[in-house]
Design a protein around this ligand. Structure first.
Ligand SMILES: [Zn+2]
Length: 500
């Protein structure tokens, strides 16, 4: 790990408990080095010195610490103790086992514990920022982590600590410490608790100073196995059938954070192999898939131009992590019309919205009808913690809405057997009552009847009705079944229900 670069030039405390100061010559003698080397160490912050008038002075303990290879402890603008204490308290909330001791009241120790905490809590991302709280005019520093899609506040701290903390991350990520005006990002690979951890670090300047987001990608825990994603048997069958087609467009749709990338990777994993050329355009490439030629979006190259370049690679399969504009959508449709199997992500509320969106942005309905083979729409919902959930009766109005949504796909709502549970909270689930997430999904296969409706310009809700008549289970109905089985709550499912 890199050492903090800051060199303290603060005025000396009147009474020093750390012993007598020594001159630079004495320090050089103590280290048995040369003056230029010493000057370089001093300049880079490896040695802590104090400037008194025009002379450098040193505490022997700092020189000895350098000899032993201990990192310099930069002086902090505020007490870091309360932050460490809150990290420890959060740790206790989520762990039954012993809390690891926190050594050193410094930025390095705080950062290590933020990392450990995030790994223990299975957080997907960590946020360090400063912002106003309701009813106060002074911004405070905040440390938050996202567990199962929900941001949780770990600590509030003195805002003056934000920059030293962000600097520590910037050092680890090899980002420019001196520039606080431009956004920047990089990746770090660390080993935490014996497992490799891939972290994407982004630093963004805000009105209250730089803020940091660290996204964790634990590649050992990710599963891209379609068969293990718990799609319904009928959905899985439709997906496998679509993947066997030589050409066409398969769209994965849903809002941000609905698991589109995971599903796309699972599809990609099925397609890629030594017998085919599979290319992708992603922003960024978050996981490497064997046999896929994955390319990141280049900030200065227009998306459509990158798509054209990839099509010149003579691919069989093309995956586009987004369709940002009409030009790109047209290219994807053209590719699908000319013998490529194209996977793409879009942002619509439900499956039938994809066809309407493509027509809206200018793709001729005839081409939409011809190319789109399958749409997968999904959400990620939180799963009740199996350790602390407790049996309960669902609220009457929620139950009624759930049965209505269910009976729209399955005529016999009485077939729903209720073994409902509600969340409680224990150390296993960070007191949230939920642990982990699961996909709920709907797959819309473009049948001949649906293709005809698309060509005639019929609206999304009509396409949806036909799909339901032809056996599509909506993701809300999928979720209702899971809630009835005690796997999740109705609130969790129904917040995704389209408005009546
Ligand atoms: Zn629990």
């Amino acid at each position: 790990m890199a050492k903090p670069r800051k060199t303290s030039t603060d005025a000396l405390p009147a009474e020093s408990p750390a012993g007598e100061l020594i001159s630079m010559e004495e320090a050089i003698e103590r280290l048995k080095t040369t003056r230029p080397t010493f000057a370089r160490w001093l300049k880079s912050g490896k040695i802590r010195g104090h400037k008194i008038g025009r002379q450098w002075r040193f505490y022997p303990k700092d020189i000895d610490a350098f000899l032993k290879g201990q990192p310099v402890e930069a002086e902090l603008p505020a007490d870091i103790g309360p932050l460490l204490e809150q990290i420890r308290a959060f740790y206790e909330r989520i762990r039954r086992a012993q809390v690891p001791p926190i050594e050193g009241r410094n930025v390095a120790s705080a950062t290590n514990h933020m990392l450990l905490l995030s790994v223990e809590a299975k957080a997907s991302d960590l946020h360090l920022e400063a912002m106003l709280q309701a009813g106060s005019s002074e911004p405070v520093g905040l440390l938050r982590i996202r567990i199962d899609g929900e941001l949780q506040t770990v600590a509030q701290f003195d805002r003056r600590l934000l920059h030293p903390l962000v600097d520590r991350w910037k050092l680890m990520a090899n980002l420019d410490l001196n520039d606080r005006r431009k956004p920047k990002h990089n990746r770090i690979e660390l080993v935490v608790k014996q497992s490799p951890l891939d972290i994407r670090v982004s630093v963004t300047p805000t009105a209250f100073g730089e803020c940091l987001v660290a996204c964790f990608l634990d590649s050992t825990q990710l599963t891209f196995d379609l068969d293990k994603m718990r799609f319904h048997a009928a959905d899985l069958e439709r997906i496998h059938a679509a993947l066997k087609r030589p050409a066409g467009l398969i769209v994965v749709t849903g809002p941000r954070g609905s698991g589109k990338t995971t599903v796309l990777y699972a599809l990609l994993q099925r397609l890629a192999g030594p017998g085919a050329k599979t290319v992708t355009l992603e922003d960024p490439v978050s996981v490497s898939i064997p046999w896929a030629l994955q390319t990141p979006v280049h900030p200065e190259t227009p998306f459509a131009e990158s798509v054209r370049a990839l099509l010149r690679c003579a691919p069989n399969h093309l995956m586009l992590a987004q369709l940002p504009n009409t030009e790109t959508a047209m290219l994807a449709v053209d590719a699908a019309l000319t013998g490529h199997l194209v996977l793409a992500a879009m942002y619509t509320d439900e499956a039938s919205g994809v066809m309407a969106r493509l027509c809206d942005i200018g793709v001729p309905p005839m081409h939409v009808a011809e190319t789109v083979k399958l749409v997968i729409a999904q959400r990620l919902i939180r799963v009740l913690c199996p350790r602390c959930r407790k049996p309960a009766e669902p609220a009457e109005d929620l139950k009624r809405r759930a049965e209505e949504a269910y009976s729209r796909c399955v005529p016999d709502a009485a077939g729903l057997t209720w073994n409902y549970h509600e969340p409680v909270g224990c150390p296993d689930c960070a007191q949230t009552g939920f642990r982990g997430r699961v996909l709920i999904a709907e797959t819309l296969e473009v049948s001949e009847r649906i293709a005809t409706a698309i060509r005639r310009g019929r609206p999304a809700h009509e396409l949806r009705e036909i799909a339901i008549q032809q056996g599509m289970t909506t993701f809300v109905a999928d979720g209702v079944v899971r809630a009835a089985a005690g796997e999740t709550t109705l609130e969790e499912v129904l917040r995704f229900a389209p408005p009546e």
